[in-house]
Write a protein that binds this ligand. Sequence first.
Ligand code: NAG
Ligand code: NAG
Ligand code: NAG
Ligand code: NAG
Ligand code: NAG
Length: 480
Amino acid sequence: MGANIVSPTLLSAYLAVVCLVFTLKEGYAFGRTPTVESYTIQVSSLLRCSSCTSATKALDKKSSLQVVDKHGPCSQLYQDKANIPTHAQILLQDEARVKSIHSKLAKDLGRSTNLDQTDAVSLPAKDGSVIGVGNYVVTVGLGTPKKDLTLIFDTGSHITWTQCQPCATSCYKQQDPIFNPSLSSTYSNISCTSPTCSSFTSATNNTPECTSTACAYDIHYGDESFSVGILAKDKLTLTPTDVIKDFLFGCGQNNQGFIGRAAGLIGLSRDKLSLTWQTASKYNKFFSYCLPSSCSSTGFLSFGNGGVSKSVKFTTMSTISQSPSFYGINITGISVGGQKLPISASVFSAAGAIIDSGTVITRLPRKAYLALRSEFRKLMSQYPMAQPDSKSILDTCYDFSNFSSVTLPAISFTFSGSVEVQLDATGVFYVNNISLACLAFAGNKNVTDFGIFGNTQQKTLQVVYDVAGGKLGFATGGCT
Ligand SMILES: *[C@@H]1O[C@H](CO)[C@@H](O)[C@H](O)[C@H]1NC(C)=O
Ligand SMILES: *[C@@H]1O[C@H](CO)[C@@H](O)[C@H](O)[C@H]1NC(C)=O
Ligand SMILES: *[C@@H]1O[C@H](CO)[C@@H](O)[C@H](O)[C@H]1NC(C)=O
Ligand SMILES: *[C@@H]1O[C@H](CO)[C@@H](O)[C@H](O)[C@H]1NC(C)=O
Ligand SMILES: *[C@@H]1O[C@H](CO)[C@@H](O)[C@H](O)[C@H]1NC(C)=O
């Protein structure tokens, strides 16, 4: 099965010729969909963007919000370009997030967490709490009259929160005006004695510190960001026709950390408090998104099954029974350059995996990562490698400064049910600059650590979460 095996040198010579004519070379196997073996891309397309090219494109999908990279020019958050984190800082935050995910999972599964106290990355401030911060934002309206707020959306978080006036203790600097509950006619506090307050307690294992009148929440993230405030309800306007009355959210009075200039966060986890659950009767726990290919383009976040492409292929959404707020996914194989890597199924099943919108770099069982890295390096041997930063989790980097275009081996993932998903070319590298483009995968340290299918690899895919149906779907070319 699969395409002919060609030696790397022959393959590269062959590809160099073929790619003069075709952008994509497709290999056909009997009775299967064609698998792409490589793609040729302009090096300039990998570089950090300077302008937004498609933010004005109207969304034609029903119940959809526009998704943009928090730090890019399509986002309103960083118009002055100040305080944009460096790639190294983003990777460090990503490592903190992954540690908090791994430690929450290990704790829920009753394993010892065995965290390395000497690591540069700080440990989760509150073990077992919800998990930190992703890098894609959407804009929603809150209150009556509605005020626009740009929020990070995160499938790893349960509760939605925003900074609230009067910022009794502290608010960080955000781009939008800070939400003022006293100006909204539909705002109400959740009282300490209400069932909602106690259900929050049981969902988060947090004992709410009941102030005289209000039910308090306290969320600490893996990267030491936090939001503390009172639980409240108000009208949430997703689109002019998608309005959710009495939406439960956190009105943050003490907020700090790496949220950036976003006004807060939308929680989309598999959890009772999340937006997904709160809108279950309207959207049947069904949402989908497409993360844009670069920060100069836009994607979408869509609720309900209205805009789902016909080409979406579905795999089983697995449940991690002791830690059900995560979206489990079963990886069964990885292909590089059209060839399936020789990784035994038990390597993937020993740990299990989740899909996450907020983790930047996909984490794999170490054995799987080493197989991927080795094949990728072989097929990329015509390009000079570059020395990564010694502290970086990324260890396979290239210097493309002498190239205007490069030919990459295609990478695809197979999920349970033989669902093969081809990653976009933009889902392969994490690019610092033209002389440091790194393979955007990392190996887990411990064989029992969960794999995480992260957001770099999800770029331009339509990713569908059919929670009620227990399915996750993928289609390529999802943002167009
Ligand atoms: C791997 O994790 C298990 C369970 O959490 C732990 O008992 C073990 O010590 C860890 N092994 C290594 C090498 O860190
Ligand atoms: C909500 O609770 C806070 C804190 O107790 C209080 O200051 C505020 O006036 C309350 N707002 C409403 C609308 O009840
Ligand atoms: C997914 O993996 C888990 C854990 O390895 C296993 O229990 C489950 O049966 C798998 N599900 C499918 C659909 O393969
Ligand atoms: C780029 O090409 C120049 C001139 O041939 C050479 O000196 C330099 O080492 C090359 N750089 C890399 C990173 O390969
Ligand atoms: C690329 O980024 C690396 C790491 O941040 C830096 O050391 C190097 O000087 C940069 N190279 C260029 C050409 O900007």
